[in-house]
Design a protein around this ligand. Structure first.
Ligand SMILES: NC(=O)c1ccc[n+]([C@@H]2O[C@H](COP(=O)([O-])OP(=O)(O)OC[C@H]3O[C@@H](n4cnc5c(N)ncnc54)[C@H](OP(=O)(O)O)[C@@H]3O)[C@@H](O)[C@H]2O)c1
Length: 324
């Protein structure tokens, strides 16, 4: 099968076009014929070797954690799915969730394997490129807002980095949950962010943390640049600063709270592949409550340029690879 892969850690430039053996689905897994693959920062972090302390990849390494395509084969003990079903998912090729929390990808290829429990049915009207752009970022936003922050209707939320991959979904989901959202992003993205539900848009290049908006139940920081002391004046008692990247401070925070050292919470979110939760997001798409903004789409052979563009940022939404 065609794939973009590398045999050593490095930048996106290390990716090469190659022919690899098609993977075989094991117990509880399916083989997907990939039509489109999504791009996430996790892909270039994995390429750069940032996960090597936790996850030893099989070389050659095929990046990519998001795919949309058709089921090409079922492994043993898979029920509820048929060959030919149109699906999308955050891939996890491990037989069960790994202790370190990272999933096994391999999406920049014509075929990929995943546990059947990660799958969701793609709505017929949803283009492949957008279906592949949703899973990892959408699940991150959904799990962070509901499981970690337990966001409630009527609460006030600030989303820092609201135009990025996770941010565009966090903004819309917080709005669907009934929260008032202040989006922090580039000023030129203000109109698009208002259209996605932002009540107010602040320019992050002029954003002064000393003038943080008040009355916030949640600050969701995609850029992981804010600290709890910087956010105290904006957060209500019991309010939360939430990041997608763990830190020593976020690991220690629950203990500090139990000791009564702080009235405000610091947490990190950690995405889990979950087909049922992804189906919820796709239902919101079908109901017209969730858009999947796509910044650009590239052919698989241009994965290097696509990753570089995604890494550069400055745009609204996600990047996808067209595989067939
Ligand atoms: N732990 C997990 O499970 C998990 C899951 C998903 C993502 N993540 C991590 O979460 C982070 C965000 O992911 P993503 O997919 O949303 O990335 P992304 O698409 O690159 O978006 C990041 C956003 O942050 C903005 N930004 C950059 N610097 C900023 C600053 N100083 N202040 C405010 N905003 C700033 C960017 O704006 P510009 O484009 O204008 O620069 C961009 O809109 C990444 O580090 C990713 O690895 C972790």
């Amino acid at each position: 099968m065609r794939a973009m892969a590398t045999d050593h850690y490095g930048s996106p430039d290390t990716l090469q076009r190659c022919d690899l053996p098609q993977p075989t689905p094991k117990v509880g897994q399916v083989l997907i014929e990939v039509y489109a693959a999504g791009i996430n920062p996790l892909d270039w972090k994995q390429l750069a070797g940032q996960l090597r302390a936790f996850q030893r990849p099989a070389w050659p390494l095929v990046p990519g954690h998001d795919v949309a395509g058709r089921i090409a084969a079922l492994g043993p003990d898979v029920s509820g799915w048929q060959v030919g079903d149109e699906v999308c998912c955050m891939l996890d090729g491990y037989p069960r969730p790994a202790w370190h929390g990272f999933a096994l990808g391999g999406g920049y290829a014509e075929f990929a394997v995943t546990r059947a429990s990660t799958l969701a049915r793609k709505p017929a009207a949803l283009p492949w490129a957008q279906a592949a752009a949703l899973p990892l970022a959408g699940l991150t936003a959904l799990q962070a807002l509901t499981d970690v922050a337990q966001l409630q209707a009527g609460q006030r939320v600030l989303i820092n980095g609201a135009a990025g991959g996770v941010g565009v979904f966090a903004l819309q989901l917080a709005t669907v949950l009934g929260a008032e959202v202040i989006a922090v992003a580039r000023a030129e993205q203000a109109d698009a962010l208002h259209a996605l539900g932002a009540a107010q848009v602040l320019d992050y290049r002029r954003f002064d943390v000393a003038a943080m908006p008040k009355g916030l139940s949640l600050i969701y920081d995609m850029a992981s640049v804010l600290t709890l002391p910087q956010c105290r004046a904006g957060l209500l008692q019991g309010g939360m600063l939430l990041s997608n990247l763990p830190s020593l401070a976020s690991f220690c925070a629950p203990l500090r709270e139990r000791l009564g050292l702080t009235q405000q919470r610091l947490r990190h979110a950690w995405v889990r592949p979950d087909g049922s939760a992804l189906q919820r997001l796709l239902d919101l798409y079908s109901e017209g409550q969730l858009q999947i903004p796509l910044a650009a789409q590239y052919p698989l052979s241009e994965a290097r340029a696509a990753m570089q563009a995604a890494c550069r940022g400055g745009v609204l939404g996600k990047h996808s690879l067209q595989v067939v």
